[in-house]
Design a protein around this ligand. Sequence first.
Ligand code: NAP
Length: 277
Amino acid sequence: MKRAFVIGHPIKHSRSPLIHGHWLAEQGIDGSYEAIDVAPADLPAFLDRIRSGEFVGGNVTVPHKEDVFRLVDFSDVDTVHLGAFNTLIGQPTQTGIGIYGTNTDLYGFLANLDAGAPGWSDGLENAIVLGAGGAARAVAAALSLRTTGNTYVLNRTIERAEVLCADLRGNLRPAALDRFAELAPSAGLVVNTTTIGMHGTRFEGLALDHLPKSALVTDIVYVPLETPLLADARALGLRTVDGLGMLLHQAVPGFEAWFGVRPEVTPALRAKIEATL
Ligand code: NAP
């Protein structure tokens, strides 16, 4: 039986076992996907359980994403610049099994918008990313693949935005949050990657009404599903996409690598996870 996992500390909150459990049952695969609490000090020893063949791989969440980045044997060239991995895959080598690390948040972010707002990046010039934390790295890197102009990374702590833009490739420009009103008229897309929106918190004084009427607003926070930012954007008649699809889509490449079948993000899966929010 193929066994996969999600590790974190704590890990009880993770919805990944529900997602992968749904696909395992749907495909009739003899496999498992377990949530395992791993304390930081135990991480190197846990990863050896992939090298020994006990697990085919798994997902990694807070606080281990940066640490596994340093502990894997091979890195995905397309996501190595993000500095953090969320997916590990055991791969045969000439001497045994090595661990391949990749970051599927970049894919998940793009796939969610492709599904929720088809054609969203056609002719897209400038975009605004709110936030410069871990998730913002994947989002900014994804946007630099799809925008022809600039992606402005606005953060409360400007130094963090500067580091992000210096670390990643593409036309990324750091800016302070209070420049939103000035940059909004030329932005076709706004993405919130900050924790604002969780528990109903909202950005104060964000001039969404300065955005073009054709702009798309998306939030990667998915609890609540409709954040105050999305509600405000919708009230202005702007298109919106919520963040749950990013969580679902980022799980696809890992499942395919571990279990050999590419699963689908279906309305039934979405409804199952939505019911837990
Ligand atoms: P993180 O690394 O801790 O970054 C947090 C970001 O929020 C930073 O930019 C921080 O700004 C900003 N922030 C926090 N409080 C703020 C405030 N009061 N005012 C202005 N900015 C504030 O977190 P993360 O790992 O990137 O995750 C961010 C959110 O994305 C979480 O809600 C997470 O659940 C969600 N997420 C969703 C998915 C998905 O699949 N949908 C994937 C990954 C993450 P400073 O730098 O100034 O502190």
